[in-house]
Design a protein around this ligand. Structure first.
Ligand code: ZN
Length: 496
């Protein structure tokens, strides 16, 4: 007892010492009792507060990077803040962001380029709860694992809760169709939206509205040839585009208008183009930013189908091609893409409009927003293209976070569908792949390497970051599988 009393003052002193240091510096060696912390160059910015859901983070380092603790991102002890933000009340709205082919590597590259090594992305990096999920797919008609999935299998996983084979949409590995979270939300009375920068028939948006055996079955002709069991003339549900029209989300925005030139081969609209079918089904069809802005209402009487490109929407940034030993060349910067005209809505534009149109529904809404060309530019080893689309994703997330500030019953989830090729490598590495050097915001050379294939680059099998904000956000923490996302969203909305 006497020994304990003697130890008490020392214990109090130690605790007080710890309490004074809010930086939680982790070091492999024992830190000194009072580490000489240099004052930050700029005072820490107070993080934005959202009533009911706790604080968003502002994880930028504000100190001198070479100083002890100067590069730390943690502003304060977070235990109480996280406790206060925990809630499992039923959500009214879910906004799900998917960065296609976007894992930690793509986020790091975009952050370094746009914000510098110690900066942070104001959308992607502010989430209080983060985790990771596995993304593997299965082989067709089999339990066999495929460690490198495609966007069709991964979209089916998060949209329907079931693993499937690469190329399959909305069906399990044995061909059985499963309802998507969008279809279930719609049935339960939620308004629904589906937004992308790629063709609307591309895997991510398509998995929410269709069940087909092959992801390339965009229109009636491809479906007849490659997915015959899905074709209308064989009593199937039709092509991806025909199923998109019949699913009838309240708001659908993206590219892929070319397929609408095709004619239906069977059914009530046989011989008519898919344009004519959409008109007959009372869709409002804006085709540029001005006509999108002019839309006032989107509901089941007059849903919105915005088509802003024949294929994918043009990317935001362009830059030098990756080449062998490109990392050893002088660094450069990205440029705006002249093909990205002001008349074409950006991902933040489409996100803002979709939220605006969907939020009037009393029951709430489910909205999926994809930045789809992060993946496509990764395939092309185009670092600037990839960075621009990651920044567009970040900007779209900021739009949703603004909405959540005044609508705390909103769950925002941000994730990717699978990992991809791009890696930050040494500026002096002798890589067998293609690389390019860019100046980051720190005016520092950063080399990005693409080396998963000799030609078009391939997906990779690493786990992908999950992040969330709002009620039920804590479920996104730790290690999950992609299929967990479907159940997390379904439970959050109270859908049986
Ligand atoms: Zn891909």
């Amino acid at each position: 007892m006497k020994i304990k009393l003697l130890l008490l003052p020392a214990l109090i002193a130690l605790l007080m010492g710890c309490g004074n240091d809010d930086k939680e510096i982790s070091s492999p060696t024992t830190p000194p009792v009072n580490p000489p912390v240099e004052p930050p160059v700029n005072p820490p910015v107070k993080p934005p507060v959202t009533e009911g859901n706790g604080d968003l983070l502002s994880p930028g380092a504000t100190g001198k990077l070479s100083a002890l603790g100067g590069a730390t991102r943690l502003k304060a002890e977070r235990t109480e803040a996280l406790k206060a933000s925990l809630s499992n009340r039923q959500v009214k709205n879910i906004i799900l962001f998917i960065g296609d082919g976007t894992s930690e590597s793509e986020i790091s590259i975009a952050r370094n380029y746009a914000e510098g090594a110690s900066g942070y992305l104001k959308g992607l990096d502010v989430f209080p709860f983060t985790g990771a999920y596995s993304t593997y797919s299965l082989m067709q008609n089999s339990e066999e694992i495929n460690y490198v999935p495609d966007s069709a299998a991964t979209a089916t996983a998060w949209a329907t809760g079931v693993k499937t084979y690469n190329g399959a949409l909305g069906i399990d590995t044995f061909g059985k169709a499963h309802d998507s979270i969008l279809k279930m939300a719609k049935k339960a009375g939620f308004a629904t939206g589906n937004v992308t920068t790629t063709e609307l028939q591309d895997a991510t948006p398509a998995a929410l509205v269709s069940s087909v055996s092959g992801r390339k079955c965009y229109g009636p002709s491809a479906t007849s040839k490659s997915c015959p069991s899905n074709a209308l003339e064989n009593s199937g549900q039709g092509s991806i585009t025909e199923q998109l029209l019949m699913t009838r989300a309240d708001v659908t925005l993206g590219g892929g208008s070319a397929t609408f030139d095709e004619k239906a081969l069977a059914g009530a609209y046989k011989g008519k183009t898919l344009w004519e079918q959409a008109q007959a089904l009372k869709y409002q069809m804006p085709n540029d930013l001005a006509s999108l802005k002019a839309i006032k209402v989107a509901d089941q009487n007059q849903p919105v189908l915005g088509l802003f490109a024949r294929g994918n929407l043009p990317v935001s940034l362009i830059g030098p091609s990756s080449v062998l030993d490109g990392n050893k060349k002088p660094a450069t910067t990205c440029a705006d893409n002249p093909l990205r005209l002001d008349s074409i809505p950006t991902l933040p534009d489409m996100t803002a409009k979709a939220i605006d149109l969907l939020k009037v529904n009393k029951k709430g809404f489910f909205l999926q927003v994809e930045s789809g060309s992060i993946d496509k530019q990764n395939h092309s080893a185009n670092a600037c293209g990839q960075i621009g689309e990651t920044i567009a994703l970040d900007q779209a997330i900021q739009v949703a976070l603004e909405f959540a500030k005044t609508n705390p019953d909103t769950l925002i989830i941000v994730t990717g569908d699978h990992a991809h090729t791009s890696q930050i490598i040494s500026n002096t590495a002798s890589s067998p792949g293609k690389s390019v050097s860019l100046f980051t915001k720190d005016n520092t050379k950063m080399s990005i390497n693409y080396a998963t294939a000799k030609g078009s680059q391939g997906h990779t099998g690493a786990q992908v970051r999950t992040a969330a904000y709002g009620p039920h956000a804590a479920n996104i923490s730790g290690l999950l599988d992609q299929t967990d996302l479907f159940f997390i969203m379904r439970n959050a909305m109270g859908i049986k």
